[in-house]
Design a protein around this ligand. Structure first.
Ligand code: FAD
Length: 137
């Protein structure tokens, strides 16, 4: 089992309809490939975790990287995992623009960092902390 986490920047302001379209396609395709994960959106940036069979996850990341709806895709985490950590969704979604992260249990200041900011680039483990913070809300 393989896990990949990347960040990217939307090429335009994403409406709910734009995001829904991405999610519908993702859920259909990921369901067929037994890929699970979570997509976060905040201030025009995406952070996504993909989990599944290694080659399928890598191939999907290559396909997603070519999508013109976003750019500057930066892979933060690629690792073998013993078991899925995001098994509940073919693709879950959280719009962090609608969240007051300070109200979260276990709030940490890193949750206010930008997905594409210097902090995540310098410390990719923050990407894992981010994704995990929004897993169960
Ligand atoms: P199609 O059936 O040909 O396309 C699927 C739908 O996407 C169609 O309705 C099409 O109109 C629309 N579409 C495709 N490209 C664009 C575009 N550039 N602008 C507007 N609409 C477009 N795909 C997954 O399968 N799994 C994922 O987890 C996943 N995560 C994504 C995360 C992000 C942040 C983004 C931007 C895209 C993601 N995608 C994901 C979409 C992926 O990049 C491909 O568009 C999709 O996989 C193509 O699916 P398909 O081969 O079934 O193509």
């Amino acid at each position: 089992m393989y896990q990949l986490i990347y960040g990217s920047t939307a090429t335009k302001d994403m409406t709910e309809a734009d995001i829904l379209q991405i999610l519908e396609t993702s859920r259909r395709n990921n369901g067929e490939k037994n890929i699970t994960g979570l997509l976060l959106y905040k201030d025009g940036n995406f952070l996504q975790v993909l989990e599944g069979e290694k080659q399928l996850v890598k191939d999907l990341a290559v396909k997603i990287a070519k999508d013109e709806r976003h750019r500057n895709m930066m892979i933060y985490v690629q690792r073998e995992i013993e078991a899925r950590e995001f098994s509940d969704w073919s693709m879950g979604f959280r719009n962090l623009n609608k969240f007051d992260v300070k109200s979260l249990d276990g709030y940490s200041p890193i949750l206010e960092f930008s997905f594409m900011g210097q902090e995540l680039k310098e410390n990719p483990t923050y990407a894992t902390a981010f994704i995990n913070a929004f897993k169960n809300i």
